[in-house]
Design a protein around this ligand. Structure first.
Ligand code: ADP
Ligand code: GN1
Ligand code: MG
Length: 363
């Protein structure tokens, strides 16, 4: 069965009224398969999001869904008094057998969400206003989850943002590489090894564990079409215990450069200071109430570290033969690694100024 046929078949197994009409691939994620399904409800086409979870990455889909159910339920209660509350949090649709997932005959794990209309995601940032709104939304997400009742969320991918372990995995990939890719990536491997000393800074800083999103790419927040407001944080697969700064760092990684993550013209990749300022202001407008002084002090550093971390993950995957991230062309992961390292270098050039800005906003 083709992917689309599998999705069409899976769509019928959810608690969705009306007649199934179409399904198309949707979004640009690197891990799961996302589709938009349309159902005719009283002759009106209604859209839904349907996703097949990548079970080689997410080994325990049930634990992942348990995290998402708990988090969306908690956010739903917090947001219930807000205008447009139904568009501010993802809402799962159960399968017809009452389970959060539908498992198909090919062991594909599917879930469905209500479609948030009148809002969209962007793969590249366009304005400082968007950066502010994205950071405000991700900060608000963390803030609302500060009082998520026990127990602790499940670690669906252990050590997801443990940069020293990511670095060790890169070392292993370099040692194991035999197809000549290490030679093609020589410059990047050297860059990675020269930066090894920064890898442990956040995990060794004694920062508090929080409920974090862990994948705060700019395209994981929906901005309202009419108002530009950061409306809804999406892509909750990696919500788990973590450090707030990795979330802020991933905003810096994906929102301060206007270039795409796989841009080949590296002249286009740079940390734009006004975008960083908008992120700091947006993030502190919602997260400033709970962040500690130690966390605030490292806001400038966080972006450099996670950009480095994601860069070494792309590099390790390139060396291992592209087994983790979806690739769409030869050398795709190496291209992605290069944009990350170019951005690390750009952040380094501006790091002192970034730290001074943070100090002036959050003394
Ligand atoms: P991936 O893990 O593949 O990145 P996402 O959960 O981020 O998957 O979804 C991919 C894209 O689908 C998003 O960038 C967004 O544009 C769209 N999307 C996801 N969930 C919804 C939703 N509930 N309503 C509308 N669009 C959505
Ligand atoms: C993956 O699924 P997606 O595309 O939102 C990855 C993130 C990386 C990101 C890089 C589970 O996210 O960690 O930062 O690609 N997700 C997983 O673009 O590994
Ligand atoms: Mg996504």
């Amino acid at each position: 069965m083709s992917n689309q046929q599998s999705a069409a078949e899976a769509a019928r197994h959810f608690e969705i009224d009306g007649e199934f009409s179409a399904v198309t691939p949707y979004g640009s994620g690197h891990i799961n398969d996302t589709f938009c399904a349309v159902f005719q409800q009283a002759d009106v086409p209604v859209r839904f999001i349907l996703q097949r979870i990548n079970t080689s990455v997410f080994r325990n889909p049930a634990a992942l869904m348990e995290n998402i159910q708990r988090v969306t339920a908690h956010l739903g209660v917090k947001l219930s008094g807000e205008p447009q509350s139904g568009r501010r949090v993802l809402r799962l649709i159960p399968a017809r057998d009452g389970q959060p997932l539908h498992v198909d005959a090919e062991a594909g794990y599917w879930r469905a969400y209500r479609f948030i209309e009148g809002a969209r995601t962007y793969d590249a940032v366009e304005t400082t206003g968007q950066a502010f709104e994205a950071a405000r939304a991700f900060g608000g997400f963390q803030q609302m989850l500060c009082d998520l009742p026990a127990p602790r969320l499940r670690d669906t991918i252990p050590d997801f943002h443990h940069t020293p372990k990511r670095f060790a995995a890169l070392e292993q990939a370099v040692a194991a590489e035999t197809a000549g890719r290490a030679l093609l990536a020589r410059t990047e491997i050297e860059f990675a090894f020269a930066h090894e000393p920064i890898a442990g800074v956040l995990v060794n800083a004694g920062l508090p564990e929080r409920v974090t999103h862990n994948d705060t790419k700019f395209n994981n927040v929906m901005l309202d079409d009419a108002t530009g407001e950061g409306l809804c944080v999406i892509d909750l697969d990696t919500v788990m215990p973590g450090l707030a700064l990795y979330d802020f760092g991933d905003m810096v990684r994906t929102t301060t450069s206007a270039a795409m993550e796989d841009e080949r013209d590296l002249d286009k990749v740079a940390m734009q200071f006004p975008m960083f300022e908008a992120l700091v202001r947006g993030y502190l407008s919602s997260a400033g109430s709970f962040l500690t002084k130690a966390e605030k002090d490292l806001l400038g550093f966080a972006g450099k570290l996670i950009t480095f971390e994601i860069g070494i993950r792309f590099l390790a995957d390139y060396l291992a033969g592209d087994t983790y991230f979806k690739v769409h062309r030869e050398g795709h992961n190496l291209d992605r690694c290069r944009t990350q390292f170019k951005l690390v270098a750009s952040i380094e050039q501006q790091e002192e100024k970034m730290n001074r800005l943070v100090e002036s906003i959050a003394p």
